[in-house]
Design a protein around this ligand. Structure first.
Ligand SMILES: Cc1cc2nc3c(=O)[nH]c(=O)nc-3n(C[C@H](O)[C@H](O)[C@H](O)COP(=O)(O)OP(=O)(O)OC[C@H]3O[C@@H](n4cnc5c(N)ncnc54)[C@H](O)[C@@H]3O)c2cc1C
Ligand code: SF4
Length: 458
């Protein structure tokens, strides 16, 4: 394949990303900000890969994608072959291409990164699958032999979906339960549409259903279906229930007018836009308000950018350290800057300031370097300090073991098997709030263990 490709393409052709929607448009709409790559762009950017022989990108990618190989196929316009190959290691490549922090993962590790600019791996990954689907391609399971085993997956987030994907490709019957009305977990209800449009997951649901995965949505395990019922109906159970306990900012967030929790704000907004019928997260409308978001991670970036799109008068992000220390993706930080978000560094929020009618008028902070007290005028505060896993009552009678931070005790070393026979777990409930691609990696690894334990060859 390589012999037809120009050898030093990466010198003459700079790294490029697809065009972004104009700021004036994108700050008013909940649509993905990147336009799709055009065909010559995909070919040229894929050709920049030098097949360096030691693909650090592949090792840094948590699912160890065959990146140089599918870049070579994309360079030749063989998108269906590239999609086949990328699905061998990744259950949701079109999602990872959109939301992975490539600047910390594959693209950071690219040999060209320091001197010439990394190959645009994420955007090519997204294009390959989108294009293959547009051409009518679907995973072909016609040669898969059906197995007499049934597995229940609790949670239709990336961990659960990846587990189900590998199981069904090995002929194991799989039923995915979720308390929400659509699959995706945080992909659908947490991550806003300017990063990942909802149609992407709706299309995936159709593909997965056609592959034979059964979805029982609007079904909460522990409430609508008991653990005993799961145990009696299924041979094995995979838990991919995520991490949803908000880290407390001690600002009465979620309990008083004008001070909100990040996920309440984001889920309420998605539900409002798409009418999913989720009743426990009312719409929080910040139009015309001076908004302050607390935190420096991906969730904080999603909140500031959602507030801008709702028509907030001003949006500031308050963080206790500096720009360098922010834990979230650089890419998303820059997008937020472009969209007019102001950052206030080295400030720790201490107290909400209210007027006589109890309306929020400001935030009292402490400068973490000088210890001076400061005040920021605002009408609304969103606390985005992150999420923790939590133990649930309906698993109390199992032998599951937990770490001190309430994550389920299991790991790659034991193939995501837990201390309870027949229960496997992965994703945020095992590693704490993390990434889509790490949840996918764990769901897939757990499915392989399940197949091994059932005696199904993978
Ligand atoms: C606002 C926000 C933005 C993010 N942005 C990014 C990003 O840009 N890039 C990135 O890589 N990561 C991002 N993340 C992190 C990423 O979304 C998570 O790490 C990932 O979704 C975890 O996957 P999971 O499958 O473990 O859990 P989830 O995605 O949380 O899925 C768990 C599912 O389990 C269901 N469930 C829970 N309990 C039950 C029950 N009892 N019965 C039935 N169903 C149940 C839930 O409804 C949910 O659908 C973001 C997270 C947030 C909150
Ligand atoms: S899954 Fe994520 S880390 Fe891996 S190649 Fe794709 S974008 Fe990069």
């Amino acid at each position: 394949m390589g012999e037809h490709r120009p050898l030093f393409e990466f010198v003459d052709l700079p790294r490029e990303e697809p065009e972004k929607q104009a700021i004036t448009v994108r700050t008013h709409e909940f649509s993905e900000i990147y336009r799709s790559f055009k065909q010559p762009g995909i070919k040229e950017q894929s050709e920049r890969c030098i097949s360096c022989g030691n693909p650090y990108c592949q090792w840094k990618c948590p699912v160890h994608n065959y990146i140089p190989e599918w870049l070579a196929l994309a360079a030749e316009g063989k998108y269906i072959e590239a999609a086949e190959l990328s699905h061998q290691t990744n259950s949701l490549p079109e999602v990872c291409g959109r939301v992975c922090p490539q600047d910390r993962l594959c693209e950071q590790a690219c040999t060209l990164n320091n001197d010439f600019g990394a190959v645009t791996i994420g955007q090519v990954e997204k294009f390959i699958t989108d294009n293959a689907f547009e051409q009518g391609w679907k995973p072909d399971l016609s040669n898969v032999e059906k197995q007499p085993y049934k597995v229940a997956v609790v949670g239709a987030g990336p961990a659960g979906l990846a587990c189900a994907d590998v199981l069904i490709r090995n002929g194991v019957q799989v039923t995915v339960f979720d308390r929400y009305p659509e699959i995706g977990g945080l992909l659908t209800f947490g991550i806003p549409e300017f990063k990942l449009e909802k149609e992407v997951m709706a299309r995936r649901r159709k593909i997965f259903s056609e592959m034979g995965i059964e979805f029982r949505l609007n079904t909460e395990i522990g409430k609508d279906v008991s653990y005993d019922e799961l145990e009696s109906e299924f041979d094995k159970v995979f838990l991919g229930m995520g991490a949803y306990k908000a880290v407390d900012g001690s600002l009465e967030e979620g309990q008083s007018q004008g001070v909100y929790r990040a996920l309440d704000f984001l889920i309420g907004n998605t539900n409002h836009l798409h009418q999913y019928g989720i009743n426990d997260r009312p719409f929080i409308n910040l139009k015309g308000q001076d908004v302050v978001v607390l935190g420096g991670g991906d969730t904080a970036m999603d909140c500031v950018r959602t507030a801008i799109r709702q028509g907030a008068k001003s949006v500031r992000c308050v963080y206790r350290k500096d720009e360098e220390s922010m834990p979230g993706s650089r890419k998303e930080y820059k997008h937020a800057l472009e969209e007019g978000i102001e950052y206030i560094w080295f400030q720790q929020a201490e107290k909400i300031i209210r007027d006589d009618s109890n309306k929020v008028t400001g935030l009292q902070c402490r400068n973490t370097k000088t210890q001076e007290q400061t005040e920021i005028d605002c009408d609304a505060v969103i606390v985005a300090y992150g999420f923790r896993a939590e133990q649930v009552a309906w698993l109390e009678n199992t032998q599951l073991e937990y770490r001190d931070n309430d994550t389920v005790l299991t790991s790659e070393d034991n193939g995501y098997r837990t201390a309870q026979k027949n229960i496997y777990a992965g994703g945020d409930m095992v590693r704490g709030a993390d990434l889509v691609v790490t949840a996918i990696a764990e769901g897939r690894a757990a499915a392989e263990s399940i197949c091994e334990d059932l005696g199904v060859i993978t």
